[in-house]
Design a protein around this ligand. Sequence first.
Ligand SMILES: NC(=O)c1ccc[n+]([C@@H]2O[C@H](COP(=O)([O-])OP(=O)(O)OC[C@H]3O[C@@H](n4cnc5c(N)ncnc54)[C@H](O)[C@@H]3O)[C@@H](O)[C@H]2O)c1
Length: 286
Amino acid sequence: MGNNLLSGKRGIIFGALNDMSIAWKVAERAVEEGAIITLSNTALAVRMGTVAELGKNLNAEIIPADATKVEDLEMVFAQSQDILGGKIDFVLHSIGMSPNVRKKRAYDDLDYNLLQSTLDISAISFHKMMQVAKKMDAINEWGSIVALSYVAAQRTLFGYNDMADAKAMLESIARSFGYIYGREKNVRVNTISQSPTLTTAGSGIKGFDGLMDFADRMAPLGNATADECANYCIVMFSDLTRKVTMQNLYHDGGFASMGMSLKAMNQYNKSFENEFKDENGHIIYG
Ligand SMILES: NC(=O)c1ccc[n+]([C@@H]2O[C@H](COP(=O)([O-])OP(=O)(O)OC[C@H]3O[C@@H](n4cnc5c(N)ncnc54)[C@H](O)[C@@H]3O)[C@@H](O)[C@H]2O)c1
């Protein structure tokens, strides 16, 4: 049940592919909170995924667009204002993809053309989105723009590959654009750094099950779910957070501040259960 936190607001949600997508949950919660929205994803994702079903359920139009193409983004902002009847109050960038990860190219064997694509899709698209919106003056004063990030921007996590670089860039763009957009239009820009979450993008990461389990054991509050992430996005879109900008906001149950937890230590110690010492005190693994 909603609390009308977004009553009267207009939003654009980029990146809902299927009902596991974080953007899907955000779209549902935004409408529940009284917003009217449009949805956008690539033409391929619209064909392959189930976003049409979401659009029908939420009475939201779907505007196919490649977020790396400025002309496509111009169309999304123009059409969304037409459809929704005015300037936009909130935008969610929930877009990420690494062709290097898809093609199993290791971080020390990257294809540089693919790296350009990773950065363009997962980070520069956020800049393009905001530059287009600002030039078109498509966002209302005190509007809120959020992109989804991951702690690999700050810390090295096995298997996250070139997406770590993309997330670092994404968070930097939020600060750099947030300064200008705040100064000139009172629009706020933040990233939410979410726990590992089982989605189509998430499960592309090497060793994802182990990563999810590890993060869950480390975080005192456990991993944050996609539904919980949606709640946080709603608060960031609402008028309750008008002076929060240029921040990377951890939504990870406390993971980012941890070094070692009892739960993770217990699991780690189990790996030594079959450990023996020879007569010289040297460890022999069973
Ligand atoms: N799942 C996780 O563990 C996790 C953790 C932290 C952050 N995130 C971030 O959350 C965001 C959403 O991912 P998700 O986990 O919901 O997975 P998802 O696969 O459901 O969403 C990724 C979306 O990006 C879209 N996309 C890819 N290329 C695009 C392009 N050129 N133009 C427009 N859209 C494009 C895809 O179609 C898809 O809808 C991503 O930025 C991801 O990095 C995910």
